[in-house]
Design a protein around this ligand. Structure first.
Ligand SMILES: *Cc1c(COP(=O)(O)O)cnc(C)c1O
Length: 391
């Protein structure tokens, strides 16, 4: 055989290893929260998306247990057959209320919500316009939809406008993360809505990292920016700020009915366990009522930013719990992450292809479950990490 076998998986894996991009999973043995346990050792955890500290809340756990005792574990079927329980229904009503929209529809995951919504709205003859830093699930959904696919410069309404002006598609959908998952900055939604409105386009916001965290009562990025009524498709996830699992799309009556009829990742999959919906109802109520969690989070964010800046780290333009430290080189980001781990502090190194080439970073995420002493320990560990401080 003198020709490389196209299924030589070992070669592709070795190449990834050589690039310092090999992914490995941690086996954790503690609930999400301020600490985790790996191989019997305790770590301060700065890489979960449990922003409000609800994943391990006793009332959320109790709601899950009680509903499992009542309805069992599995939903038994898809929503359209007989898997749609009264808990699912009540959760959809509360999510509509929390986002200020007419209706909401549950999906099993955020990835599926994005595939479902974009796939149901767009097809051949349509066009989708996406921020170039959008989440992978939005990119894949856009590509799979069959619509013409355009990417505009990050958070650049002018770049979007130039592309919309050239498009002669039937339906035009502008899609953006509300909070960018690897940078922590927020989309300029008013400017994007202005442009979209001038060109007859709809706007979809993926608020996986904004829902629960930003806006009045955690209503999300669009509400925080006062444009909730100008965004036609609101997507939120339940596995991050709400600390449970699943996702939803919120919007008009016609939008939700369209998704029920046409969104394949909604129709052809088993409904989430009803007890998860019951747990999420509880966490949603706590999320809305306990604004001290958001206030505390913002204090921790500013503590971290001041401390990291004083040490000369390159912070990104983020006012959210996602606080990446830009390192650049893949191997250097890994070394810093490992040095922190040796000091009992867990922060993941994010490398391409998750982020653009040359922008490897440590992605610090903060949670209302953290205490100011925890952030102080993270800052001290960063200061002590050998070799990779910016000077
Ligand atoms: C996490 C995430 C998703 C996917 O949500 P899951 O419920 O985890 O599948 C979608 N979009 C963004 C921006 C995310 O960060």
């Amino acid at each position: 055989m003198n020709q490389a076998c196209p299924f030589d998986l070992g070669a592709a894996l070795a190449e990834r290893q050589r690039q310092h991009r090999y992914r490995q999973r941690l086996n954790t043995a503690a609930p999400a929260g301020r600490e985790t346990v790996i191989d019997g050792r305790r770590y301060l955890n700065f890489c979960s998306n449990d922003y409000l500290g609800l994943a391990n809340h006793p009332e959320v756990i109790a709601a899950l247990q009680a509903a499992a005792a009542e309805l069992g574990v599995g939903s038994g079927a898809s929503h359209l057959v007989c898997g749609h329980s009264h808990y699912h229904h009540a959760l959809e009503e509360q999510l509509a209320k929390a986002t200020g929209q007419a209706r909401a529809l549950l999906f099993s995951t955020g990835f599926m919500a994005n595939l479902g919504a974009i796939g149901a709205l767009l097809g051949k003859g349509d066009a989708v316009f996406q921020d170039r830093l959008n989440h992978a699930s939005l990119i894949d959904a856009g590509l799979a939809s069959g619509a013409r696919f355009r990417r505009y410069l990050h958070n650049d309404a002018g770049s979007l406008e130039a592309q919309l002006a050239k498009a002669d598609a039937r339906r035009k959908l502008v899609v953006t993360d509300g909070v960018f998952s690897m940078d922590g900055d927020t989309a300029p939604l008013a400017a994007l809505c202005d442009v979209a409105e001038r060109h007859g386009a709809w706007v979809m916001v993926d608020d996986a990292h904004g829902f629960g965290v930003l806006g009045p009562q955690g209503a999300g990025t669009a509400a925080a920016q006062g444009v909730a009524g100008r965004v036609q498709v609101h997507m939120g996830t339940l596995g991050k700020g709400l600390g449970t699992f699943g996702a939803f799309i919120a919007g008009s009556e016609a939008l939700i009915e369209t998704l029920i009829q046409f969104a394949r990742p909604y129709i052809y999959t088993t409904a989430m366990p009803p007890a998860l919906a019951a747990a999420t109802l509880q966490s949603l109520a706590i999320m809305r009522a306990e604004s001290w969690r958001r206030d505390k989070l913002h204090q921790l964010i500013s503590q971290f930013r001041h401390g990291a800046q004083a040490q000369g780290f390159a912070l990104m333009d983020s006012a959210t719990p996602i606080q990446p430290l830009l390192i650049g080189d893949d191997a250097a980001a890994l070394r810093l992450s490992n040095a922190l781990k040796q000091q009992g502090v867990l922060v993941s190194a994010i490398r391409p292809p998750t982020v653009p080439e040359g922008t490897a970073r440590l992605r610090v995420t903060l949670s209302a479950a953290h205490q100011p002493e925890d952030v102080a320990r993270l800052l001290a560990a960063l200061g002590d990490a050998p070799g990779d401080t910016p000077d």
